[in-house]
Design a binder for this molecule. Structure first.
Ligand SMILES: *[C@@H]1O[C@H](CO)[C@@H](O)[C@H](O)[C@H]1NC(C)=O
Ligand SMILES: *[C@@H]1O[C@H](CO)[C@@H](O)[C@H](O)[C@H]1NC(C)=O
Ligand SMILES: *[C@@H]1O[C@H](CO)[C@@H](O)[C@H](O)[C@H]1NC(C)=O
Ligand SMILES: *[C@@H]1O[C@H](CO)[C@@H](O)[C@H](O)[C@H]1NC(C)=O
Length: 691
């Protein structure tokens, strides 16, 4: 209890003392560049885009070899020993696999390098020709990394495929790249066997698991990973190192429509990203331990796993389902990956951080009583401190709250996390704050695309603002160009706005065998710099940080030729207290917009009881003519205030009583609406609004 009181007093003193210490740091500055006119910002510390942070190193193969020589006797890769695997059946008859995993078993840098060389030789001895492509199709694990580095040493291009892609996409990717060797796990092998009839170019499969369905198919020779290594060890071959401009990886990612596209990344592209990321993680070095569990088919993870060896760090493998002691696949009473490894650095996607947040909240709520009160007080004190000043964020009060409250929360991820890297999608402000406070570790949030090799912007560790994606990475220039149809101009005030265009050495070569699409979104300027047109719309704050505000394809031309920017209008209207979520819909065959509005139950019921509107349940209330009228008039009022055009304000709306959640597939994990899914789910309602 004493701690509780001290904790409550100290902050007040500090807040009084430190109100005045705010100053604006310039994180990005304007720069003069070639290409299409626009407003361009560079990282304030790097006048021109960084290509490599290591002297004399221009490929990932060289980077890895150098690291292995420098740190030969240090551990590099760790995998947990499998102690027990069992199937648990719940009362309602569903079955779950549970595992009991032991300690990490380590491979040193020296041993890893040896294995990489052996595997590379084995691959060639098996008959794989160097100009042919290899696909790696598996969950993240040690063998994935080894196979990748082996291919790099042979100048063999690796094709990566999201494990979640369907059969059609898988066939398409393997067909298009004429892959001859697939390296996969047993689980993926089963998927491949299913479609073997459609895979004309594949002739051999290497399975990472010792046990596999060898009966698979007579079309392929199937070898185990261990066999390939020993074949290579018996008859070693020289490496065939690539150049910076050679294609290291063709990464297939799901597009919002149609078949996936293969993005061609050179060694130089990935090296630029790796070099840039190194500069943003403060003090990254040989003491760092990285927990690897995100898909390696994602550029964020691929870059991270190439960076860690370069600084002499340690990579311990895990999986999203075994991450913490309470993860789904962990047998009760045994330990999760983070607890055993105690990582210092992790990468995460927003969905995973949301899960951590919800888990902690649930636990605190379940405890209730004083524990919950203390947590809530600590949380709100930390929240206002972070908001206030730098010193408030790191001072004595922080120490107290950490000691009293957050230490236990931190233990969930092993207790030593000092930096979290988040990418892949925007992080919600709530989760960002929650993780900042509870883990006491900064989250670096990145914005980038597969096409820019994850390069673009990154929020620096001392930037505690939310909702922005930071200043340009050292490897990128970020330009805004006018998009008059969407109503976004670089001359806008208070901030320049426009389509986001990324330039620099991390901008990839383009889409494999798809010149047309490549020409549409990639441009090379008169100074030789490559630019990628992202289709995202952003604005630059005065300190050189970017904020994403819209998406270009979310624009519709109405019947009479007026353009409506859906995201802009939704953002304006969503401040109505009645709106929990909103999707504006415009149709080129009509002259007006309509909207689907998820009603805020609290606000709408409040209004109803004040007005004496009778109702039995919320769903019924949302159907009532007078409720719809009230919400619509609120939207019109707000729209006018926000100076929207008449045609931008919905003329008719449908009120929905059920929230849109990631589980329903109507919003993303970061709670961004998924237009296509919503349009499909409510197609009848939308059609009715236009009659
Ligand atoms: C690497 O492989 C590509 C494709 O097979 C080839 O065009 C390139 O010349 C090779 N690079 C070197 C250094 O041999
Ligand atoms: C792959 O190619 C084969 C033969 O060219 C064809 O039969 C099959 O349909 C193709 N699959 C896909 C998904 O394109
Ligand atoms: C194989 O294909 C069948 C039918 O298309 C499907 O039901 C099954 O789930 C597939 N198996 C795997 C492992 O993908
Ligand atoms: C944080 O600061 C902003 C403005 O500086 C203010 O609008 C907001 O209410 C503050 N939030 C908290 C939790 O103190």
């Amino acid at each position: 209890m004493t701690g509780y009181i001290v904790g409550a007093l100290v902050p007040i003193v500090f807040t009084l003392l430190l109100r005045s210490s705010k100053k604006v740091k310039k994180r990005g500055v304007p720069v003069d560049v070639g290409g299409e006119p626009g407003y361009t910002i560079r990282n304030s510390r790097f006048p021109s885009p960084v290509e490599t942070s290591w002297e004399g190193i221009s490929t990932l193969a060289e980077l890895f070899e150098q690291a292995c020589k420098q740190h030969a006797d240090k551990p590099l890769l760790g995998t947990r020993k499998m102690i027990l695997r069992e199937v648990e059946v719940t009362e309602d008859g569903r079955s779950f696999e549970k595992v009991h995993l032991g300690d990490y078993e380590w491979l040193t840098y020296g041993k890893t390098f040896e294995t990489v060389c052996d595997f590379a030789s084995g691959l060639v001895q098996l008959g794989h020709k160097r100009e042919e492509r290899v696909a790696i199709f598996a969950d993240t694990r040690e063998e994935w990394f080894i196979a990748l580095q082996s291919c790099f040493r042979l100048n063999v291009t690796v094709v990566t495929i999201y494990a979640s892609l369907g059969e059609e996409a898988l066939c398409h990717s393997l067909n298009e790249t004429e892959v001859t060797t697939v390296i996969c796990g047993n689980k993926e092998l089963k998927k491949l066997v299913n479609i073997s009839g459609q895979l004309d170019t594949v002739t051999r499969v290497i399975c990472m698991d010792d046990e596999f369905a060898s009966s698979a198919t007579s079309r392929w020779t199937i070898s185990s990973f261990a066999d390939v290594k020993s074949v290579g060890r018996a008859s070693p071959l020289d490496a065939d190192l690539p150049l910076s401009a050679d294609v290291a990886v063709i990464m297939y990612t799901s597009g919002s429509t149609g078949l996936p596209k293969g993005v061609m990344m050179t060694h130089g592209n990935v090296l630029a990203t790796v070099s840039a990321v190194m500069t943003i993680v403060p003090g990254l070095g040989s003491k760092d331990v990285y927990l690897a569990y995100l898909p390696l088919a994602h550029i964020l993870e691929l870059a991270a796993e190439n960076l860690i060896p370069a600084v002499g760090g340690i990579i311990g493998y895990g999986t999203p389902l075994t991450l913490t002691d309470t993860s789904n696949k962990i047998k009760r009473g045994t330990k999760g990956d983070a607890t055993v490894l105690s990582p210092t650095v992790m990468a995460a996607v927003p969905a995973i951080l949301d899960r951590v947040r919800d888990g902690v909240r649930k636990k605190v709520d379940a405890k209730g009583g004083l524990a919950k009160k203390l947590f809530d007080l600590a949380y709100s004190r930390r929240l206002s401190a972070i908001n206030g000043s730098w010193f408030g964020a790191w001072g004595l009060e922080k120490f107290l709250w950490d000691f009293l409250v957050f230490k236990k929360v931190r233990a969930v991820l092993g207790g030593r996390i000092r930096f979290l890297l988040s990418g892949g999608a925007p992080l919600s402000a709530d989760t960002q704050r929650f993780i900042n406070i509870c883990l006491g570790a900064p989250i670096g949030q990145g914005y980038g695309l597969t096409e820019t090799c994850a390069g673009a912007t990154f929020s620096e560790v001392d930037d505690t603002s939310i909702g922005r994606v930071g200043s340009p990475l050292p490897c990128s220039f970020v330009k805004l160009v006018d998009w008059p149809e969407g109503g976004y101009l670089i001359s806008d005030s208070p901030m320049p706005r426009g389509e986001i265009v990324v330039g620099g050495p991390s901008v990839t070569l383009g889409y494999f065998k798809n010149e047309e699409k490549t020409k549409e979104v990639y441009k090379v300027d008169e100074r030789g710099m490559r630019w990628f047109y992202t289709g995202d719309v952003g604005q630059f704050h005065a300190d050189g940080c970017l904020e994403i505000i819209d998406r270009k394809k979310d624009i519709v031309k109405l019947q009479h030729g007026e353009y409506v920017s859906l995201g802009k209008v939704e953002a304006a209207l969503s401040i109505s207290p009645y709106v929990d979520n909103i999707m504006l819909h415009a149709d080129p065959f009509h002259s007006y917009c309509v909207a689907l509005v998820v009603a805020s139950q609290h606000a709408v019921e409040d209004w109803a009881s004040k007005q004496g509107v009778a109702f039995t349940d919320f769903a019924e209330l949302c159907e009532k003519e007078e409720t719809i009228k009230e919400v619509l008039s609120s939207l019109v009022q707000i729209g006018k205030k926000a100076r929207l055009e008449k045609f931008e304000i919905p003329a008719k709306i449908k009120l929905l009583s059920t929230p849109w959640t990631p589980e329903s597939g109507l919003v993303t994990a970061a709670l961004k609406i998924k237009r296509e899914a919503i349009r499909k789910a409510f197609s009848e309602d939308l059609a009715k609004l236009y009659t």
